[in-house]
Structures are given as structure tokens and as C-alpha cells.
Write a protein that binds this ligand. Structure first.
Ligand SMILES: [Zn+2]
Length: 81
């Protein structure tokens, strides 16, 4: 599910969110988001911290990724519309 991966990444870049909020925002289950996050760890620097979620203001385990600075914004995945 590359689309979900992209959605989740865009969501939590610079914005730590808890699993529930990520799942709700991308329209997936918590389990699915867990799988996506696991994949992300191999690609991006994923941070898991116990702090306030930016979305629901509840202190929980929140996830965020660091924006890859060493990579251009355009990738080979771009397609012609
Ligand atoms: Zn939340």
C-alpha cells in the first residue's frame, strides 16, 4: 500500500500524532497503520515518543518522521497525469 505510506508520511512529518489519530486521518485501521510505520522505519527516521499528540491533545505514544533533507522533493515515483 504505497499510497497509505505516502499519506502517513505526509501526516506525521513535523507533526507527532498518536496511532489512533493517524489511523483516523488516513482512513485505515490501527493495525494497518502499524504495518505502514514498520515499513517507514526502513526508509525514514521514525521517532516514537511518549508525549502530547498534536491532533487529539492526549498524552500517548506518538509517531513522527524527519523530513529527508538530503533528498530532492521529486522522486522517480512521479507519474504523468
Ligand atoms: Zn491523537
Amino acid at each position: 500500500m504505497p499510497e497509505q505510506t505516502a499519506l502517513v508520511t505526509a501526516l506525521i512529518v513535523d507533526r507527532p500524532m498518536c496511532l489512533d489519530c493517524i489511523a483516523m486521518s488516513v482512513g485505515s485501521t490501527v493495525d494497518e497503520v502499524g504495518v505502514v510505520l514498520q515499513r517507514l522505519t526502513g526508509v525514514l527516521e521514525l521517532h516514537a515518543e511518549h508525549r502530547v499528540c498534536r491532533s487529539c491533545d492526549i498524552t500517548a505514544r506518538v509517531f513522527s518522521v524527519e523530513r529527508p533533507a538530503d533528498r530532492p522533493a521529486r522522486t522517480a515515483h512521479q507519474r504523468h497525469a
